[in-house]
Design a protein around this ligand. Sequence first.
Ligand code: SAM
Length: 159
Amino acid sequence: MNMTIISVGKIKEKYLKNAIGEYSKRLSRYCKLSFIEVPDERAPENLSETEIKNIKDKEGNIILKNIKEGAYVIVLDIKGKMMTSEEFAKKIDDLGILGKSNIVFVIGGSLGLSKKVLDKSNFKLSFSPMTFPHQLMKVILLEQVYRGFRINRGEPYHK
Ligand SMILES: C[S@@+](CC[C@H](N)C(=O)[O-])C[C@H]1O[C@@H](n2cnc3c(N)ncnc32)[C@H](O)[C@@H]1O
């Protein structure tokens, strides 16, 4: 299974890079993982609704260009569906059974995702009603994908 994580902005913090590196290494046993980082637009304070929309559209159009035809697109969206880790593991397993071999996860930038990107998605996944920084979201997502593969294989993992 190929998994691609498209996110907005570069991760600069060393501790987050290390965590991403660690989970990427662990996941290499289970899937082919790749990352695409889309440049984030400068977003000063006090932007108007129109300016916010324009920025999200600009970032969104680059995200869309990076999604290959036929990929199953899961966007990370606070208002999306919340799941247990077991349900998420089953979702990954079901996608494999359905022959969906290219899964794309999309994480928005500080302003969130454009409507076009949300509309393009096959599934909207929420990790909680709380807002997390997008950089941290990448680590949390990787951990849950790793946990999902371990659950699906019946392999031990700390609860
Ligand atoms: C800082 S948040 C953006 C907040 C923005 N105000 C919004 O409502 O989308 C950056 C990105 O992280 C992801 N994210 C943050 N918290 C999340 C959560 N609880 N569940 C799912 N995705 C989340 C989403 O992809 C979001 O676009």
